[in-house]
Design a protein around this ligand. Structure first.
Ligand SMILES: [Zn+2]
Length: 302
């Protein structure tokens, strides 16, 4: 009897529980991780790209359209980071809620003061895949706070009943970011003035955060692979300027990066740029701390 009554109660509650959960889909896992910080149990999460993939080039599989078909909110980086794969998925999802201009479509770059905006007209036919400025903005604490605020505002618009929850969780997130920033101060100071070379131009925001000086890039332009001439000049420059660190993501050509680092007498540092790049990087805090500690350790050794 009791069991039947309990069952009846559960069945009656089930639709309510289902309704309360907002389905959030992010293009890259870090945006989803930030949404979870402010959304908590009120949202469910899916990410189209994986943290170990190059976010410029995700394979637009049909299964991703199905994921988008059920989404209430799509979070993406913008600045053309996902232009090669996301727009066809959004159209193909047949989900009116997440189309451009709808509340369920959030270009997160609007929260960010964009770096590396070209001063001359650049288009993708010239090969540069950052024609609207640098899209790799989600690691520094200041930008995490901006993103969390933007996402909290949009979650509140979509789910007004959750307003108090989102506000409280946003304040809590900001307090934790502030505390982390304080504890990171010695590491940040250690990086100040460090000269680095990077494979792709994906570290501009981190360099600005830490006061590092970028001397050059293995790619000729963002998205244009290195040529032997270019690498030779870069190696000479690295030697001349005593560059100690070469930063590269896992999905780039590590043997080329290692060759350059060896010839230049620098250390190659393979760094994550997204939540999920490694299984243990589950939150924005994990990501920022992993990057910062790896940099500080390598700088210390060099
Ligand atoms: Zn890029």
């Amino acid at each position: 009897m009791t069991r039947i009554r309990l069952l009846a109660v559960l069945v009656a509650l089930a639709p309510l529980a289902a309704r309360a959960e907002l389905r959030v889909v992010s293009s890259i896992p870090t945006l989803g991780a930030l949404a979870k910080e402010v959304g908590g149990d009120r949202i469910s999460l899916d990410s189209l790209g994986k943290g170990y993939q190059d976010p410029h080039f995700v394979e637009p599989k049909p299964s991703l359209m199905l994921t988008l078909n059920k989404a209430d909110l799509l979070l993406y980086v913008g600045l053309e980071l996902e232009i090669g794969w996301l727009p066809p998925l959004v159209l193909g999802s047949r989900n009116p809620k997440i189309q451009t201009g709808e509340l369920g479509n959030l270009d997160c770059s609007q929260a960010i003061p964009v770096l590396d905006v070209p001063t001359t007209k650049v288009d993708r036919s010239m090969g540069d895949i950052h024609p609207q400025g640098n899209p790799h903005y989600w690691i520094p604490p200041e930008n995490a706070r901006r993103l969390a605020k933007l996402i909290a505002t949009r979650l509140t618009q979509l789910d007004p009943e959750g307003a108090a929850t989102y506000q409280k969780r946003l304040a809590d997130f900001n307090a934790r970011v502030d505390a982390k920033e304080k504890s990171w101060t010695p590491l940040v100071r250690k990086m100040n003035g460090e000269k680095i070379v990077t494979y792709h131009k994906s570290w501009s925001y981190v360099s600005k955060w830490l006061g590092m000086e970028e001397i050059g890039y293995l790619e000729i332009k963002p998205g244009i692979p290195p040529s032997p001439d270019h690498l030779l000049r870069l190696i000479q420059q690295m030697r001349a300027e005593h560059v100690q660190l070469l930063l590269v993501e896992d999905f780039y050509n590590l043997s080329t990066a290692r060759l350059v680092a060896d010839k230049a007498g620098a250390k190659m540092l393979v760094l994550p740029t997204d939540v999920g790049a490694k299984p243990e990087i589950r939150t924005w805090f994990d990501l920022a701390e992993t990057v910062l500690r790896a940099l500080a350790n390598a700088a210390g050794a060099g």
